[in-house]
Design a protein around this ligand. Structure first.
Ligand code: F6R
Length: 363
């Protein structure tokens, strides 16, 4: 049931404020503290994390790496499951392995998990289907409570994965003494604010559709982001290519001048994800290098960022201002909606893109 929407993907994008509210409610106790189901992870006995997944779930891991390293000060390695499983990396002691999968049945992710059995101190999964193979074979399975996701392109599962991973990060940071009780309470209150922020972001639907109609004429699109926006740039590019069939690539803004800037001309739109955070000025200077070469910039930022940097851009999309820590969850919305409206403008099959399956149970 599409609940009045034209596509399951549109419905699943729109229901994120509600669904995310459920995810939070499932992990936040009545005392306001984060509760992970038993047997939890003792983060004081873990020196290192390895995170493995495919596709969008991999990009959730890549985002979580920034959080785990910056907030909890735990070093994290992230890999795509198909590479990890055959590289057979050494797993040092005091390592927890985290596997993220919406379906819980992805063949490569399951194989990577089995490789870690008996090697990692703890096998943790973040899944949407609690009775799935990956959940059953984990020491600890954390459900994301996203509800059934029908659209082949993952949307609400991604933001719920990020939410659960961020709660793990906060829990880890707190027990390791990296953040105080007050800081923890502040971060939890930022998390509680996310459903309302997503609602505000969804109100930009029309502006995003206007930008998407322009993108639908392009043959190639670049996405740029720095820091925790870099994985989001990848998510924007992945969504766009899988449902609109437009070639899209993501780069870390700072990598632009090491090659990809050669691609820029007036035919190449560049989507820049840049909340007004401590890295904003650096990203904007990369954006200006694009504009100096006649690249067409779609700038996604907040009111302060747009006031400072939107002169001369091709299109701008205004996100609400948000605490830095939750910005990746929020910026998933324009990434999803840009792809969605571009695909609708092109008339492609949004919910069932060609050559793709919802659950990839073969290698
Ligand atoms: C992209 C997408 C895929 C999946 C990937 C992993 O929109 O949906 O990239 O994220 O196939 O699937 P799960 O999460 O089921 O392991």
């Amino acid at each position: 049931d599409k609940a009045g929407h034209k596509h399951f993907m549109a419905k699943e994008i729109a229901e994120q404020p509600t669904v995310l509210g459920h995810t939070l409610a499932n992990y936040l106790g009545s005392d306001g503290q984060i509760t992970l189901p038993d047997p939890g992870i003792d983060f004081t006995k873990i020196d290192r994390l390895t995170m493995v997944a495919c596709g969008t779930a991999y990009l959730a891991c890549l985002t979580a790496k920034y959080w785990f390293e910056q907030i909890a000060r735990i070093p994290v390695e992230v890999d795509v499951a198909s590479e990890f499983r055959y590289r057979e990396p050494p797993i040092p002691s005091r390592t927890a392995a985290i596997f993220v999968s919406q379906s819980g049945e992805t063949a490569d992710t399951l194989a990577a998990l089995r490789y870690c059995e008996g090697k990692a101190d703890k096998i943790v999964s973040v899944i949407n289907v609690p009775e799935s193979s990956i959940a059953r074979e984990s020491d600890l399975a954390l459900p994301i409570h996203a509800g059934i996701e029908v659209g082949v392109a993952s949307t609400k599962a991604f933001t719920c994965q990020l939410t659960v991973l961020l709660m793990m990060v906060l829990k880890a940071a707190h027990v390791r003494g990296e953040i105080s009780d007050d800081q923890l309470a502040d971060h939890i209150s930022s998390l509680r604010g996310v459903p309302a922020l997503i609602n505000t972001a969804l109100e930009q639907n029309k502006a995003i559709r206007t930008a998407a109609r322009k993108l639908s004429e392009a043959r190639d699109v670049l996405f740029l982001g720095r820091g925790q926006m870099y994985p989001l740039a990848h998510e924007g590019a992945l969504k766009l290519k899988e449902i609109s069939y437009i070639h899209a690539e993501a780069y870390a803004s700072g990598e632009l001048k090491h090659g990809p800037i050669a691609l820029i001309d007036k035919h190449v739109p560049v989507v820049v994800l840049a909340p007004k955070d401590s890295l904003f000025d650096k990203t904007v200077s990369n954006m200006q290098e694009v504009m100096a070469r006649k690249g067409k910039v779609v700038l996604v930022s907040d009111a302060k960022g747009l006031a400072e940097a939107s002169e001369g851009v091709w299109a701008s999309i205004e996100m609400p201002e948000s605490p830095d820590i939750v910005a990746p969850i929020l910026y998933a919305i324009p990434a999803q909606l840009l792809a969605y409206h571009t695909a609708v403008a092109k008339g492609t099959d949004v919910d069932q893109p060609r050559n793709l399956a919802k659950s990839v149970t073969v290698e």
